[in-house]
Design a protein around this ligand. Sequence first.
Ligand SMILES: O=C(O)c1cc(C(=O)O)c2c(n1)C(=O)C(=O)c1cc(C(=O)O)[nH]c1-2
Ligand SMILES: [Ca+2]
Length: 720
Amino acid sequence: MGRRSNPIRGHHLFNLRLRDVLLGMGMLLCAGVPVNAESTGDAIIHADDHPGDWLTHGRTYSEQRYSPLNQINARTIGRLHLAWHYDLDTNRGQEATPLVVNGVMYTTTAWSKVKALDAATGRLLWAYDPQVDGKVGVRGCCDIVNRGLGYWNGKLYLATFDNRLIALDSRDGKVIWSVDTIPTDADLGQQRAYTITGAPRIARGRVLIGNGGAEFGARGFISAFDAETGKLDWRFFTVPNPHNRPDHAPSDTVLMTRAYPTWSPTGAWVRQGGGGTVWDSIVYDPVTDLVYFGVGNGSPWSYGIRSNGRGDNLFLDSIVAVKPETGEYVWHFQETPEDQWDYTSTQQIMTLDLPLGGQMRHVIVHAPKNGFFYVLDAATGAFISGRNFVFVNWAKGLDPKTGRPIFNPDAQYSVTGKPFYVFPGDMGGHGIAAMSYSPRTGLVYLPTQQVPDHLKGARKFRPLPDGWNLGLDIQPDDKMPSIKEQKAAVRDLRGSLVAWDPVAQKARWEVVQKGPANGGALATAGDLVFQGLTDGTFHAYDAHDGKDLFSFDAQSGIIASPVSYRIGRRQYVAIEVGWGGSYGLFATGLARQETGSVNHSRMLVFALDGRDHLPAVSDDPVPSSPPPASFMPRQALAGSQQYLNYCQYCHGANVEWNGVLPDLRKSPAIQDKNSFYAIVGKGALSRFGMDRFEQSMKPDEIESIRQFIIERAHQTLPQP
Ligand SMILES: O=C(O)c1cc(C(=O)O)c2c(n1)C(=O)C(=O)c1cc(C(=O)O)[nH]c1-2
Ligand SMILES: [Ca+2]
């Protein structure tokens, strides 16, 4: 561990305070100590010696996403303007947290592409495109997003949508090594669909990465690769082997002895993999020398089908702690046993030192999808406290001793056989948007949302090779919701930024926003909280009371999380812009009624006295043609079921334009049966992410989708 071996040093509150004072007095004006190519681990542990950089996903290993820079503050905010922007070459959801190392910004975009930009000017230094095959686009649940890179000793680490982990030379983007992160026996073709959207984290010379896929069928795991060579060091599976056999992995003992008995041996999980994908948060904690990772939802969602309604199903929806060198199991805490609501625990894991019960304790704070804010002991995983931060109706609360939820039996739709309108819905009370902690206010700035879900369990389970496999009863409604009905549903939609006191477990203030699915938060020593919203605006709120001090028209919904850095004497704030992700693609008309967002993907960077401005954009970039004059109502009804099975999660719940993918109702492709089949059946547009479906649907089923789209065009487009 080099020069200073005490990893705790960088965590003292005192150091933060001293640094703030020095920064305030203008005594630390340069970009800080340059990051030596040989000591990234030390540099990350002592990130406050490098306040101008953003070295790892959450800036520090604690992932507090707090910047000690304070040039931009409530007094100077009036001078904050756009300093530069960079147009991205993929107009899809953009979710990356950029890294900034020694004056260079490294970011990723949709389709797992990498851009290295001069962080002061936005000039492109180099770009790398891993050439992800467009065909795999349909394998992701929630857009072809990527959340960012890892940096370690002069190398960058990129995890691609098609599951490669690639080491790049940070000087020129040349590939140093590339490995497939999926073991061959885990990939059962179209049925199990692994993809990667998350950012790799690096600790003790190992690159850590998981994957997604639990909506299709997958068995989750996290892998550790040697940062120098790409050799696999260990792999930890998150759900048991279906035959309860060893995988020859460090997870073997705990899965065989403790997890397997929590699953019904004859549930559908045995074929579907069980889920538990580690698709986002992975955190190394130098204080405990442990790696914590968040485990995702069950596959299929229906607990009745997945596990015959029996057992807790470990380690679904848990935080698991392992040793970084070996992957050896240390502890776990399960937040949602018996999951049937897609309540992933993959949301950002943050470590903190908090004054609790008269002493400082080193804790994990976590706000997973299930709507409860947890404080856990970081060394042992012991439950300290928990409180709901949004309205919840799946549980009546948490057991004050164990933290186990007290279930609402009515919410167990897959066991009762009765539908249930659940809060939070599958988007969670908190989703992919980063939260941020300011040691100056003691508050966690948490993007929250309310998107309830109407869930009805299927009686029979027939997995579809290319479709979502949730075990839900998803039927075409007699008719699609009218705008009036949609407006009524909108009343239950909500989004806000909550300033949460993790000691008192309560909100200190809340800014209610136009709708859900907003971007992540960044707190700074200037006592500002930056956040981008799905309505296409970027804000700076006062960290003390939430007062909106700055608003910028970013022209497109923001779902990513901002960073701050410094070059010379100048502080910058950067945000990647680009509407999409799960809500952007799926909620379509509903989402756009609230926000009107259309994708215009860019990196935006702000600074005091910035002089850049955005060009005007057109919000209807899709070439449009009027739909065919007539359609066959019976076929259209059949097509609505096919559309629900195969199309809605990307093209939207009601065939209204989502602002990201082409508007199908206006597409020239629906003019003619054969051209439609060439695309949907044969994959004529697979290069752009639209795979062929002829192996899943018969030609007349594909034609029925076309009929349905025409019907929806007649119902929803203004008549000429
Ligand atoms: O279960 C999974 O494997 C999985 C993967 C992903 C993903 O990789 O993006 C998401 C989810 N689940 C999910 O439940 C979810 O709400 C979600 C939102 C997003 C996004 O990027 O907007 N990804 C995912
Ligand atoms: Ca999921």
